[in-house]
Design a binder for this molecule. Structure first.
Ligand SMILES: C[S@@+](CC[C@H](N)C(=O)[O-])C[C@H]1O[C@@H](n2cnc3c(N)ncnc32)[C@H](O)[C@@H]1O
Length: 230
C-alpha cells in the first residue's frame, strides 16, 4: 500500500476498497449510526440538507443522475424519488462496505438504484451521458489534484446543460488556502469548498454559483457550489 493510499482494512475481512488516494470510509455501520443520530439530534436537519441538495441539482423526472462518493446512499434515495421510475440513479463509492449498506437500504425501500464500486477519478459513464452529478461531503476526502481530476471527469460525463452540485465544508472566513480548512484535521491537503469555483472554471464549466446551506459540520459552515455545463 503506498503512503498516499488512505485505506483501512474492513472489520471482518470484506473485499478491500478500490485503490484511490482519497480517504475511503470502511466502517459503514458506524457512519450510518452517526448520520442517524445526527439527523435525530438536529431535528431532521440532515434530511433537509439532502432535500436542499436535490433541489439545487434541479432533478427532473426521467433523468440520469450520479451521486459520487455516495457513502451509504441516503442522498441517492432522495434523488431517486425526484427522477422517478423513468430515471436512472447511480451511486458510486470505493468502499465495498458503504456500497453494501447502500444496496441494503435501497432494497428495503424498494428502490432500483444502481450502487457500484467506483471512484471519482474514473467515472463509469460514457461522455455526455448524465444529467446531474452530486458530490456531498466527499471533496474534502480528496487531495487537491484528485479534486481537479474528478471535476474534469464530471465535466466529461455531463450532457450540455447538465448540472454538478458540490456540497462541503468551507474554510472559515479570513483564512486562505494553505491554512487548516478540513473537518478531518489529519488530512494532508488544504483546499476547501471556496476553491471549487476556480477548479470548475479550469475544467470547462462556465455558469458557476456558490452559496451557503445554513448547516454546519464540526463547527465548519457547509456551503454549496453549483455549475452548469454549456
Ligand atoms: C464523508 S463520506 C460522504 C458520503 C455521502 N456523500 C454523504 O454525504 O453522506 C465521503 C465518501 O467519499 C468516499 N470516497 C473516498 N475517496 C473517493 C474517491 N476517490 N471517489 C469517490 N468517493 C470517494 C468515501 O469512501 C466516503 O464514503
Amino acid at each position: 500500500m503506498s503512503w498516499l493510499t488512505h485505506q483501512r482494512q474492513g472489520e471482518s475481512g470484506e473485499a478491500s476498497a478500490l485503490q484511490t488516494r482519497g480517504v475511503v470510509i470502511t466502517n459503514a455501520w458506524r457512519y450510518d449510526l452517526r448520520l442517524w443520530l445526527g439527523n435525530l439530534l438536529s431535528g431532521g436537519k440532515l434530511q433537509t440538507l439532502r432535500n436542499m441538495t436535490a433541489d439545487l441539482a434541479e432533478l427532473r423526472s426521467g433523468e440520469t443522475v450520479l451521486d459520487v462518493g455516495c457513502g451509504t446512499g441516503a442522498l441517492a434515495l432522495v434523488a431517486c424519488e425526484r427522477i422517478g421510475a423513468a430515471g436512472r440513479m447511480v451511486g458510486i463509492d470505493p468502499s465495498p462496505q458503504m456500497i453494501a449498506s447502500a444496496r441494503r437500504k435501497a432494497k428495503r425501500a424498494k428502490r432500483a438504484i444502481d450502487f457500484q464500486l467506483g471512484v471519482i477519478e474514473h467515472l463509469p459513464f460514457s461522455d455526455q451521458s448524465c444529467d446531474a452529478v452530486m458530490a456531498t461531503m466527499m471533496m474534502h476526502q480528496l487531495p487537491d489534484d484528485l479534486q481537479r481530476q474528478g471535476l474534469s471527469e464530471i465535466a466529461r460525463i455531463l450532457k450540455p446543460g447538465g448540472r454538478v452540485v458540490v456540497v462541503d465544508t468551507k474554510r472559515p472566513d479570513g483564512q486562505h488556502q494553505g491554512q487548516s480548512a478540513q473537518p478531518v484535521r489529519t488530512l494532508p491537503w488544504e483546499s476547501s469548498l471556496q476553491d471549487q469555483p476556480q477548479l470548475l472554471k479550469e475544467v470547462g464549466f462556465s455558469q458557476i454559483e456558490a452559496g451557503d446551506t445554513g448547516f454546519q459540520f464540526r463547527g465548519f459552515e457547509i456551503g454549496f457550489v453549483r455549475a452548469r455545463k454549456s
